[in-house]
Design a protein around this ligand. Structure first.
Ligand code: PEP
Ligand code: MN
Length: 342
């Protein structure tokens, strides 16, 4: 059920509707829009009778939502969601760039790369302190020590920290240091973790599972929003296919598909999506041209020494070029009037 308030509805009338929803034992999710407020309802096991709400003052209509997701959909909120964090935005007018090493390896490595990233004007810095690794014998990240290094990089360079939360046990710790909580591809359907980050007040970047459909991705985001955290960023990072020329197959066609169904921002990770540094720039260009709200890339100043994902890390000069091209392509496609011919 979705309640659409009248354009002229007062704050008191919205409050009254929220109260009635709570009294019915359900959870209201108010979403103020540019012209009117809509209120999503979750927590009901069966259909709700629209008559409960239709005649309350200020209500324009009560609509049954036919889609499996309610809060991530455009029915509830037609305007795009802009996630604001640390003075920067994802989903706003400018493309967001998130960059940094795969993992926090040493203090020196992290500071050097943070300095390179900050010097380009990029605001979002990534790096894993808890790493999801296929082998239990591979480098697992430095945990709390790594988080402290990331916090230091934020303070020193004024960056916004994006880092992965691997499990519910370490969520409190990661939450204390991170600005944006990353849920990795392998955890996209870890429902207890989704619920936990849904209870956080920090934005969540949700990566698409490597074999998940668009609907599964949106329903994973729905888990987070149903807990009350509406600041969710979706991330396409490639899916498994029969292709063997690439680590994954980066599915850029999901960008317009997401934008059609959901108000949430979508960014693209061409580093994990391709696995090789020479493929990162072309796919980053394509992602921005296809309308992505941003990109996330791995950068390393000594990729030959990297403890994880060295082959896909951009060298500093490649990253600087990428930043220039992302802005140039975005400026070109956001021109409202493009002249064809002379
Ligand atoms: C990462 O971004 O560090 C990562 C592990 O990516 P993914 O979850 O997409 O594999
Ligand atoms: Mn990586």
């Amino acid at each position: 059920m979705l309640i659409v308030m009248k354009t002229e509805a007062t704050d008191e009338q919205v409050e009254e509707v929220l109260k009635v929803i709570r009294e019915c034992g359900f959870k209201p999710h108010p979403m103020p829009g540019a012209t009117r407020t809509a209120i999503g309802i979750t927590g009901n096991s069966g259909a709700i009778d629209p008559a409960h709400f239709e005649y309350l003052p200020g209500v324009a209509e009560a609509i049954r939502v036919s889609k499996p997701y309610k809060l991530v959909g455009r029915d509830l909120k037609s305007d795009d969601t802009v996630v604001r964090v640390g003075g920067s935005e994802i989903g706003g007018d400018e493309p967001a760039i998130i960059a940094g090493p795969c993992a926090v390896e040493t203090r020196q490595q992290t500071m050097e790369i943070a300095e390179i990233v900050a010097a380009t004007g990029v605001k979002f810095f990534r790096g894993g302190a808890f790493k999801p690794r296929t082998s239990p014998y591979s480098f697992q990240g430095h945990g709390e020590e790594g988080l402290k290094i990331l916090s230091e990089a934020r303070d020193r360079f004024g960056l916004v920290i994006v880092t992965e939360v691997l499990d519910t046990e370490t969520a409190d710790l990661v939450e204390r240091h991170a600005d944006v909580l990353q849920v990795g591809a392998r955890n996209m359907q870890n429902f207890s973790l989704l619920r936990r980050v849904g209870q956080s007040r920090k934005p969540v970047m949700l990566k698409r599972g490597m074999s998940s459909t668009l609907e599964e991705l949106l329903l994973a985001a729905e888990y987070i929003m149903a807990e009350g955290n509406y600041n969710v960023i979706l991330c396409e990072r490639g899916v498994r296919t029969f292709a063997d020329h690439s680590r994954n197959t980066l599915d850029l066609s999901i960008i317009p598909a997401v934008q059609n169904r959901s108000h949430l921002p979508i960014i693209v990770d061409p580093s994990h999506g391709t696995g090789k540094r020479h493929k990162v720039m072309p796919m980053a260009r394509a992602a921005i041209a296809a309308g992505a709200d941003g990109i996330m890339v791995e950068v390393h100043n000594h990729p030959e020494l990297a403890l994880s994902d060295g082959p896909q890390a951009l060298l500093p000069h490649m990253f600087e070029q990428l930043v220039r091209e992302v802005h140039a392509i975005h400026a070109l496609i956001s021109q409202t009037e493009v002249k064809v011919g002379s």
